[in-house]
Design a protein around this ligand. Structure first.
Ligand SMILES: [Fe+2]
Length: 292
């Protein structure tokens, strides 16, 4: 099989489907997914913000598109949620305007959406029937002699008028960090090429241009350095993410971060990752229109 020599992964992020009538974007997604099948990518990764307004019914647009192309399958596709999948800003404002003093209800609403996300995308999270499986999760895939693993975490945190006014700040929970330190996780990852998946961006600036250095607090990955430490600790070489709609790659402390940009705003463009049996890898952004 061809994947004895290399494994190829296509990466999309921030699709932001806003309604069922988003036919232009649905057609673009069909073109893109058909191309992935034609080019025989071994796996597809979607790093969150599948939809725009946290209406779980809209996730079916993505599920159905993946199904149409035979990609709604554990071995073919991996998805994680983003803040736009889990936080409905209008809903939060309604509760806020009602002066609901119960901050915990924000966490409960987020937890409930995450539960719905896990239910909808359950067939992409596990293949062993574990009904409780969900984000965070570790997924190990074997392609011939190459074993890959995805360590997927949730980085969305509840909306907060003072601390998270756009719902776009985020971080990894204490429980998730503890889970990642479990010996079973290390054991599962042993001997695999480890790829971290998260929605939030380690960098929300970063071209080096002065004009670009205004750090955007509203989009911050609050405990990014702790996350970086956890990824290093596990031996992850790469992290795929989205959130900040820019196609870019950068390296921090030996870990390479790849931002998959935004499919909604650049539906011709995607990330292509190639991993060899010797652990060497390469990445490039591909433009469909230009590709032969
Ligand atoms: Fe986002």
């Amino acid at each position: 099989m061809s994947f004895d020599k290399k494994v190829t992964i296509a990466h999309l992020s921030d699709l932001h489907f806003a309604s069922r009538n988003d036919r232009y974007l649905t057609a673009k997604l069909d073109v893109m997914l058909a191309e992935f099948v034609r080019r025989k990518y071994d796996h597809l990764v979607l790093t969150g913000d599948l939809i725009d307004t946290a209406s779980p019914a809209l996730w079916t647009i993505i599920r159905d598109a993946l199904s149409r192309h035979g990609l709604f399958d554990w071995t073919k596709t991996t998805v994680i949620p983003g803040n736009h999948d889990l936080i409905d800003l209008e809903e939060e404002m309604r509760f806020y305007n009602a002066l609901n003093p119960d901050d915990r209800s924000r966490q409960r609403r987020l937890d409930e959406r995450l539960r719905q996300f896990n239910a909808m995308f359950h067939p992409l999270i596990t293949d062993d029937g574990d009904a409780g499986a969900g984000v965070p999760f570790v997924k190990v895939l074997r392609f011939g002699q190459i074993a890959l693993s995805f360590t997927a975490v949730n980085t969305t945190e509840p909306w907060s008028g003072l601390d998270n006014p756009l719902g776009a700040r985020g971080g990894v929970s204490r429980e998730t960090f503890m889970a990642l330190q479990q010996p079973e996780v290390r054991h599962a990852l042993d001997g695999t090429f480890i790829i971290g998946l998260c929605h939030h961006a380690y960098k929300v600036y970063g071209t080096g241009a002065l004009v670009d250095q205004a750090f955007d607090w509203t989009m911050e990955f609050k405990n990014r350095d702790e996350y970086l430490g956890a990824m290093k600790n596990l031996g992850a070489k790469l992290v795929l993410h989205g959130h900040f709609h820019r196609f870019q790659t950068y390296e921090v402390g030996g870990v390479h971060f790849i931002n998959g940009g935004s499919f909604r705003y650049s539906p011709e463009r995607y990330g292509e990752l190639t991993i060899g049996a010797d652990g060497r890898w390469s990445h490039r952004f591909v433009n469909l229109a230009l590709k032969k």
